[in-house]
Design a binder for this molecule. Structure first.
Ligand SMILES: [Zn+2]
Length: 64
């Protein structure tokens, strides 16, 4: 399982369906898991978003 880290509020992730690089824009207040549709193929991702103590995002994207 691949995870992404970012110190910005957006992160480029690989879609688990279409395998394209897609920019995921994060709500700075978002925590935990939520559903986000892929911009390219419109299929739903299960996104898990955590922030560490340095404010860095740790993102995991998988198929719902
Ligand atoms: Zn996609």
């Amino acid at each position: 399982m691949r995870k992404w880290m970012s110190n910005m509020d957006d992160v480029e992730v690989i879609c688990p369906y279409c395998h394209q690089l897609v920019l995921l824009v994060l709500d700075p207040e978002a925590r935990g898991s939520f559903i986000q549709d892929c911009d390219l193929c419109c299929r739903p991702w299960q996104v898990q978003a955590q922030r560490d103590e340095n404010g860095e995002w740790l993102i995991n994207v998988e198929r719902t």
